[in-house]
Design a protein around this ligand. Structure first.
Ligand code: ATP
Ligand code: MG
Length: 216
């Protein structure tokens, strides 16, 4: 196939990528929130969008089932990035990766005491590297969602999760005790596509780059 396939996840990534696509002259024909279609055409006959789970976007691009994708730095780190060219921080879907604990749990004290902490998270690689760098011993418990519940239900001492406003933490009586890293979404490109489809991809990448600079 000579056309371009772009992997996007529903929700904030799709919404926040729309203006960047528009800058490249690409307008999806449907909204994935209301359409059940997983393959969405655009105003350009040679460009289509595939709707994937956020964590699956790197897999589609890595294997060349999509030429381009947009993915959170969180997901990219967990995936490892093998086979992916990462030309651009799109500076969209911004949030941060943090450690949070139940209000009243003295995290700093526990760390100073060298306590072994139980950490529930979807982001085991990021969490493992963070605590290893601090020299803190942890037992990681892999979850797939609703991380906030884990300390409340007695599954873990703390969580590692994404935070933007802090509203969800607050609603569950959790406090952010450590900022691990800032997160935003990145453009990922299949390495073979970059060579074989340079003529079509080049102008799209240029338009994205200019749009991101304009937003800065
Ligand atoms: P699902 O919600 O279907 O389980 P997900 O949580 O991976 O999947 P989203 O919630 O749409 O998917 O998040 C997609 C990406 O958006 C994340 O990988 C992250 O980079 C970013 N993100 C997540 N939560 C926030 C947030 N609260 N504010 C800003 N960006 C966020
Ligand atoms: Mg989510």
């Amino acid at each position: 196939m000579n056309g371009i396939t772009i992997a996007l996840s529903k929700g904030r990534i799709f919404e926040e990528t729309l203006p960047l696509l528009a800058a490249a002259g690409i307008v999806p024909a449907e909204n994935p929130e209301t359409s059940r279609k997983l393959i969405i055409g655009t105003n350009r006959p040679d460009v289509r969008v595939v709707i994937v789970r956020a964590t699956d976007a790197p897999t589609y691009v890595q294997h060349g089932a999509a030429d381009l994708g947009v993915v959170g730095k969180d997901v990219l780190i967990e995936h490892g990035g093998a086979g992916l060219y990462q030309p651009l921080d799109l500076k969209i879907a911004k949030c941060r990766m943090s450690v949070a604990v139940p209000a009243g749990f003295d995290y700093e004290h526990a760390v100073r005491q060298g306590a072994r902490l139980k950490i529930a998270t979807k982001y085991t690689k990021i969490a493992r590297e963070h605590f290893a760098a601090k020299g803190v011993h942890v037992d990681l418990i892999k979850l797939y969602g609703s991380m906030e519940l884990a300390p409340l239900a007695g599954l873990s001492d703390a969580i590692v999760d994404l935070v933007s406003t802090g509203g969800t933490l607050k609603a569950n009586n959790l406090v952010e005790v450590e900022h691990i890293m800032d997160i935003s979404s990145r453009l990922i490109v299949n390495q073979a596509s970059l060579k074989l489809k340079r003529e079509t991809l080049g102008p799209i990448l240029d338009a994205f780059t200019q749009a991101v600079e304009k937003n800065a």
